[in-house]
Design a protein around this ligand. Structure first.
Ligand code: NAD
Length: 245
């Protein structure tokens, strides 16, 4: 791992603007299972993409909330803590780098760790709203109500996460940020979920050097100039030591 750490540290050191695309693997060391595990936990006779979908929410909002609540451990939302990976990105920012965090995560941990420029590409678990009247609710309301209904109009409210079948409104901005950055860093993503998984190709097309920290290979690995195959906590601790020396 040493030579890849050196290589990625040099890429970071030489960059002023770093775009960082993060995925569920970023938060596993905070105790939140990644996508694969969430699929593993899911036992009902439907695929993950079918359950976490706008079609299911519209057809059966009661069923949707029962499944969604289990998959995303709604009871625990807001109680997780950032880990060494989230802290590393906030630390880079404190050293004067511009760090644009493009995250697929909906757990709010980047902001909690102190990152200031965070694009939550798949939305957030921390709020929900009524599609009928627009009333906004904090996750606490959702935690307190098994089937959360709007206090204003009685409709069942929708979590502010981007469901399968919905557009990803911030993705064009993410493409632009990645294409204009000095370096793209990807952390903890299988790069299997579109359209976000096109970000490394977009950066490569613009000539932006890229690195990935992930436990397992991805089908997009050809777009990276460097790979660190390790746990994010371990890799970020080593990178930080290197950058401080
Ligand atoms: P994914 O589960 O498809 O891939 C996670 C990747 O991270 C895997 O390749 C795995 O090998 C790697 N990984 C896991 N733990 C790691 C660690 N400690 N260090 C380094 N690598 C590690 O995740 P994805 O690509 O983000 O796609 C999943 C989708 O599910 C996203 O759309 C996301 O919105 C959603 N999701 C979010 C959360 C969250 O907010 N924390 C959790 C589960 C799912």
């Amino acid at each position: 791992m040493n030579s890849s750490i050196q290589r990625v540290a040099a890429m970071i050191e030489g960059a002023q603007h770093i775009a960082v695309l993060t995925g569920a693997g970023m938060s596993t060391e905070s105790g939140i299972p990644d996508f694969r595990s969430a699929k593993g936990l899911f036992t009902v006779n439907r695929s993950f993409a079918e359950v976490v979908s706008i079609d299911y929410f519209q057809a059966d909002p009661v069923g949707f909330w029962k499944d969604f609540r289990d998959i995303f451990r709604i009871k625990l939302a807001g109680h997780y803590q950032p880990n060494a990976g989230h802290e590393f990105l906030a630390w880079l920012e404190s050293r004067g780098k511009r760090v644009s965090v493009l995250t697929q995560n909906i757990d709010g941990l980047h902001t909690q760790a102190g990152s200031h420029e965070v694009l939550e590409l798949h939305g957030t678990l921390m709020t929900a709203h009524c599609l009928n009247c627009g009333e906004v609710y904090h996750v606490g309301y959702v935690q307190d109500h098994e089937i959360p209904e709007c206090r204003e109009c009685g409709e069942i409210i929708k979590p502010d996460v981007v469901l399968y079948g919905e557009a990803v409104p911030l993705v064009e901005r993410a493409f632009r940020l990645a294409a204009r950055a000095d370096v793209l860093l990807v952390m903890g993503s299988s790069l299997e979920v579109g359209p976000v998984n096109l970000i490394p190709a977009e950066a490569a097309h613009a000539g932006v050097p890229a690195a990935i920290i992930n436990l397992t290979p991805t089908s997009m690995d050809r777009f990276f100039n460097a790979r660190i195959e390790a746990k994010i906590g371990e890799a970020c601790t080593a990178l930080r030591e290197r950058l401080e020396s």
